[in-house]
Design a protein around this ligand. Structure first.
Ligand code: WTA
Length: 660
């Protein structure tokens, strides 16, 4: 592979001839032909791919039904089962003994499971779920950390047509309770504890707390997987050990053949207002795009070892751990723990030990590992044999060119293309991304739309903006893996994603973007709503504000904004007015800690504000509106250039300079 920076121009990196030659999609002409196929016959294109990649029980006769837009339906009269597609059919193709998952625990212990074994385990859990009365359409909350059991639990739900909703193991009891209530879940699958960085952390105890908060009457059973063997109180009649439930269950379970539109899962994600929304995905369209993008973007082949470092609590773990790679019969790594334990060489050592060939992670992880490697040569990628790698990927937030180049050089040995994949919980799979055997790469740009995806940049009225001019990122046509609705709130779905500004015709991503004047490459410029991206995790500012003001004994008012951060991308900055006088010094520090702990309890540790600033008041206009733009400047430490003449009390600006 060669870098071909022309003097004064951005560096362009080309895939090697050998990579291009062997890639599933090889060369720009192949990419253009696919885009052309989609442009000429959109439904024909997606229909062809759906027949090629998915095994249908009943073939569909209609590709796209737009009659109730924006509630689009794809492949609606087809039936299928996602777990059949991910497990049984690989076995039917002779892959029964192939390793499906390689699990590496926090302490380094490795467990491998073949396709046949994973199917048997999935079927036992599926039968176990049936034995406690869970069936098609019932919701199951999965609150578990990275494990073979977690993946199998998701597959088991899919097998019986139950709708899973995985809750990230770092979320609080409140968050679990909110999701139980919103989904009306019948069962919860959890583990006694989770292990992160050598520490044992509670899971089942948090479920107990969540259920004790009330309003969770829908939950009939809690199934508990043993991870650490910790002593736990079990509520008789409600709590069951998973091992007991599945012990005598048969290892076969006939898949429940569901309609393509049957919800496969709900996944909660932050929006700009209110509580997190339950993004609803379908079975057929979702599975198609998860499989297709795994094949084309990651160029997955039979002998690859694929590693996506995401947690199954996020969408990346759904599409690129539980569904995409398994649908293609791949071998993948599932890792428990953190990238920095036992030391910051964990990723590189695992790549070396397991001969990982495709590696997919987040910029925030790369940035923190750069820092660690610069401080300690022993955890530098050069200290490991990473020659098995052939492709790298990035997801979750914009990757800054310096981090891109380090990743390319130090991890990929100047040989591996990097796919900077832009997508969202709502999109189900990659939307704008290089294809590794096609696209000349420019660090910091997610380059071009995936073939068939009609991404565009428009102004507030929905008019296309010329290249070189920033605007609002939209998708002009529905695509198979798109969000179907927000669970229980179809109005919010329409308002959030198909707003009247664009006559309800375009999907609004919520990000700003700009296209390069010459190449047309997309660069994402960040969220245009009140959603922050902290270490690749989406956080609504309103959610954090309401968590802060729910500390009623202390907080009168709070406003939260983001500011750039070298490691986490964005950092949370909270401006707080207390019910008592403004604290200073050690007292302010103590209260800041108390507030952080409160937010961790309400949402989870990832939502803790990095900066807390106290004022007697917040900067407001005379009509009482919080001046958020001004708060953003304060958070960044910028000189105030905004007009402050409408500010009711300019003196508070000095107070709000002090960070705790
Ligand atoms: C951001 C994660 C720039 C973006 C799959 C989006 C990115 C939000 C990229 C979705 C990327 C994701 N470049 N920004 N390659 N990938 N984003 O729902 O702001 O957790 O809207 O899905 O992350 O986050 P979500």
């Amino acid at each position: 592979m060669s870098a071909t920076p022309n003097a004064g121009e951005t560096a362009v990196y080309l895939p090697s001839d050998a990579f291009v030659k062997n890639a599933h999609i090889s060369g720009m002409a192949a990419y253009d032909a696919l885009c052309q196929e989609a442009a000429t016959d959109y439904q024909g294109y997606w229909g062809r791919l759906a027949r090629e990649l998915i095994t249908w029980k009943t073939p569909f006769t209609q590709v796209l039904d737009e009659s109730n837009a924006p509630f689009f339906k794809w492949f609606a009269d087809g039936t299928l089962n996602a777990s059949y597609n991910c497990l049984d059919r690989n076995i039917e193709r002779g892959l029964g003994d192939k390793t499906a998952l390689i699990f590496e625990a926090d302490g380094g212990e490795v467990t491998k499971i073949s396709y046949s074994e994973l199917l048997a385990k999935t079927c036992q859990i599926a039968n176990g779920l049936k034995s406690i009365g869970v069936g098609k359409g019932d919701r199951v909350i999965i609150y578990i950390s990275m494990s073979i059991d977690g993946v199998a639990a998701m597959q088991a739900c899919a097998r019986i047509g139950a709708i899973h909703s995985v809750v990230f193991g770092g979320f609080s009891a409140q968050s679990v309770r909110d999701r139980v209530q919103d989904t009306g879940a019948k069962a919860i699958i959890t583990a006694d504890q989770q292990v992160r960085g050598g520490k044992h952390l509670p899971l089942k105890a948090i479920v107990d707390e969540a259920l004790s908060l009330g309003g969770c009457e829908s939950v009939q059973h809690v199934l508990v997987v043993k991870r650490t063997g910790a002593e736990l109180p079990m509520t008789a009649g409600r709590d069951l050990w998973m091992s007991d439930v599945i012990a005598h269950q048969p290892t076969v379970c006939e898949p429940e053949w569901v309609e393509a539109e049957h919800p496969l899962f709900l996944l909660y994600t932050s929006g700009s207002t209110g509580k997190p929304k339950g993004v609803q995905h379908s079975t057929g369209g979702y599975l198609l795009h998860a499989a297709l993008t795994t094949k084309w973007t990651f160029d997955l082949k039979a002998d690859d070892v694929f590693w996506c470092t995401a947690d199954i609590g996020w969408v990346t773990g759904h599409s690129y751990i539980t569904y995409g790679p398994l649908a293609l019969g791949g071998t993948e790594i599932v890792f428990e723990g953190v990238p920095t334990f036992p030391d910051a060489g964990r990723f590189w050592k695992m790549i070396q030990d397991h001969k990982v060939s495709i590696f997919y992670t987040a910029p925030t992880a790369i940035r923190s590992l750069i820092k660690a490697a610069e401080a300690n040569a022993a955890v530098h990628p050069k200290s490991y044999d990473l020659s098995s790698l052939r492709l790298l990927g990035s997801v979750g937030e914009p990757i800054n060119p310096a981090a891109w180049e380090w990743y390319y050089r130090e991890v990929g040995g100047n040989r591996c293309p990097i796919v900077d994949t832009f997508w969202q919980t709502e999109t189900g799979g990659h939307m704008i991304t290089p294809l590794p055997g096609v696209t000349p790469m420019v660090p910091g740009s997610c380059t071009l739309p995936f073939p068939g995806i009609q991404a565009a940049i428009v102004d507030e009225t929905g008019k296309d903006v010329p290249n070189g001019q920033g605007g609002i990122l939209v998708v002009k046509k529905p695509w198979p893996s798109m969000i179907r609705t927000i669970w229980g709130d179809p109005d919010r779905f329409v308002k959030s994603y198909y707003p009247a500004d664009f006559q309800g015709k375009y999907y609004l991503a919520g990000d700003g973007a700009i296209r390069d004047e010459k190449t047309g490459y997309f660069t994402i410029t960040g969220r245009i709503d009140d959603v922050l991206n902290v270490s690749g995790h989406r956080m609504g500012t309103m959610e954090i504000e309401s968590a802060l003001v729910s500390c009623t004994e202390l907080v009168a008012e709070a406003a939260v904004v983001g500011r750039p951060d070298d490691t986490t991308g964005e950092a949370i900055c909270a401006f707080v007015v207390l019910k008592r006088s403004r604290p200073e010094g050690d007292e302010a520090k103590a209260i800041a800690k108390q507030l952080r702990d409160h937010v961790a309890k309400e949402i989870g540790p990832i939502a803790k504000p990095k900066d807390i600033r106290f004022g007697e008041n917040l900067p407001k206009t005379r009509s009482g509106k919080i001046m958020r733009r001004l708060l953003r400047s304060l958070a960044k430490g910028e000189a105030i250039t905004q007009d402050t003449s409408t500010l009711e009390n300019p003196a508070i600006l000095t107070q709000l300079d002090q960070t705790y």
